[in-house]
Design a protein around this ligand. Structure first.
Ligand code: AMP
Ligand code: MG
Length: 493
């Protein structure tokens, strides 16, 4: 049973940012039923998972009933979508139910996605269907297990409805997700585009209090806010690149200022290494291709800093623009630093050597030429570090360039304390055995849509421990078989 004290909400967004959202309630649905509940996350949030799993818990998680203390609301935001500005997006099919303080004292949003139409729905039906809901669940939890900052899935619930989508009727579903906040670059753009500088300032002040309290007494808080958000994006995208993740829709409304990965739509992991990898069916120009992600992150940050310019130096726009530009341009070296650090660790390189960037770039070049499986190669390099490069070499149809690289790598690591066994162990702690392989994800989502949840539960349990090879899970290790064809993902609506 959901008792009045089940959720100890403490709603600051609702209380402090009137005018930034619309109060709204979820739609009633015929038959809310829990598909999967994240009991561990419930514990982290001090929530009673038995209560969540009950009938009234399912109704709450579907948005069909509002729990005591909830102030459900749809947040306003704008966004640059594929480069073009949309002044009015907002939560068209999501509701922020409330904020919870987790066991570590961290404030987190509980949001329902797919809970019905809101004032921001435009032509949409406000709903979500099971496949995309479970994709977000799986991919988000996989990213978390890989150590990448991300929103989390608390529950997936079916609604008992059938929803019309391009391939016909599909089971309606709601994802209950948890984020350190849902403030997006697009939230700033919404008010900035209307010339509401005071509201941009209120939002910036709120963001600072919530995410960067150290800046409260800073002399130039808004510039510092930009720096923090920039650095978190740089770190985040470096981590995406290091695990082979393609977000798919890096619109500014899908960029959380907290630095968490948010809004898993047509995302996927690469198998064979190719910077041009695109999976989204709507990304015709490859704007959000794997290799473009760092540049796009910087482009998105440019849109963010533009909203802050009037706050940075209200009386001297020229100066503010100059300062903002300098800080924005710092993104590239900061990103490269994060990325190179990650790549060094993935290759078991201790310390710093001037040749490291070239060594890492050369490996990427060789991988790209032969489309070598990114995840398998790094894992097999740990075996090579212990003296046996056979498996790693076998990934190349022509290993000659790789052999030369291997020798460079061997020379670089020779004589280091961490070489050999210790080096391999450290690499195995960073290079996953299991990532959400596209064909296995698709298989699980298709089965779930047909009513069989076993493949979903199985792959979820595999992805929750990505670094530890376990017997019997060989089918989750490799890339898609040739007959799987090129993978296309859809936008998750
Ligand atoms: P997304 O592609 O999920 O990042 O969403 C972009 C915008 O479209 C957001 O404002 C969403 O709320 C809105 N949206 C997406 N799907 C739907 C839907 N089925 N009904 C209403 N609004 C939607
Ligand atoms: Mg979105």
């Amino acid at each position: 049973m959901i008792r009045p004290d089940t959720f100890a909400f403490d709603n600051t967004y609702a209380a402090e940012l009137e005018g930034f959202y619309a109060r709204w309630n979820g739609e009633r649905v015929p038959e809310p039923r829990i598909v999967h509940l994240n009991a561990k996350l419930a514990v982290e949030l001090s929530l009673d998972s038995d209560a969540l799993a009950s009938e009234s818990g399912a109704a709450v998680l579907a948005g069909s009933e509002a729990p005591e203390g909830a102030v459900p609301l749809a947040q306003a935001y704008a966004g640059h979508q594929f480069g073009g500005f949309s002044p009015q997006l907002g939560d068209g099919r999501a509701l922020l139910i409330g904020e919870l303080i987790d066991r570590h004292g961290v404030r987190r949003d509980l949001q329902l996605k797919g809970s019905g139409r809101t004032p921001f729905s435009r032509g949409g039906d406000g709903k979500a269907v099971l496949g995309p809901v479970l994709r977000e669940y799986l991919l988000g939890e996989a990213m978390h297990a890989l150590g990448v900052p991300t929103t989390r899935a608390l529950a997936a619930v079916t609604t008992g409805e059938q929803i019309m989508r391009q391939d016909g009727l599909e089971p309606g579903a709601v994802l209950a997700r948890v984020a350190s906040s849902h403030i997006r670059v697009g939230t700033f753009e919404f008010f900035s585009a209307r010339g509401e500088t005071d509201r941009v300032r209120r939002l910036a002040d709120y963001s600072i209090r919530r995410h960067f309290p150290d800046l409260i007494n800073s002399a130039d808080p808004y510039l510092q806010l930009f720096r923090e958000v920039r650095d978190r994006q740089a770190s985040l995208v470096a981590q995406w690149m290091a695990v082979g993740f393609v977000h798919g829709v890096m619109n500014t409304d899908n960029v959380a200022i907290s630095g968490e990965t948010i809004d898993y739509g047509p995302c996927a992991f690469i198998d064979g290494y190719d910077p041009g990898s695109v999976f989204s069916s709507i990304d015709h120009g490859g704007r959000y291709a794997y290799g473009n992600q760092p540049a796009i992150a910087q482009w998105n940050l440019a849109r963010f800093v533009e909203t802050l310019v009037p706050l940075i130096a209200a009386d001297d726009t020229e100066h503010a623009v100059q300062v903002a530009t300098t800080e924005l341009e710092a993104f590239q070296p900061i990103y490269q630093d994060f990325w190179l650090k990650r790549m060094r660790a993935k290759l078991g390189l201790a310390g710093v050597d001037v040749g490291d960037l070239d060594l890492v770039n050369e490996l990427h070049r060789i991988m790209a030429v032969q489309g070598v499986d990114f995840t398998l190669l790094f894992r097999r390099l740990a075996v090579a570090a212990q003296g046996d490069p056979t498996e790693a070499r076998a990934l190349f149809t022509d290993p000659s360039a790789f052999d030369i690289w291997l020798e460079r790598w061997r020379v670089r690591t020779a004589g280091e304390d961490g070489s050999g066994f210790g080096q391999a162990r450290a690499m195995d702690g960073l290079n996953p055995v299991y990532i959400p392989r596209n064909h296995k994800v698709q298989e699980a989502l298709d089965a779930a849509t047909e009513g069989d949840l076993d493949p979903f539960r199985r792959i979820l349990s595999v992805l929750e421990r990505p670094f530890e090879r376990r017997a019997g899970l060989e089918e989750y290790e490799g890339g898609a078989p040739d007959d799987f064809g090129p993978y296309r993902t859809f936008c998750g609506t």
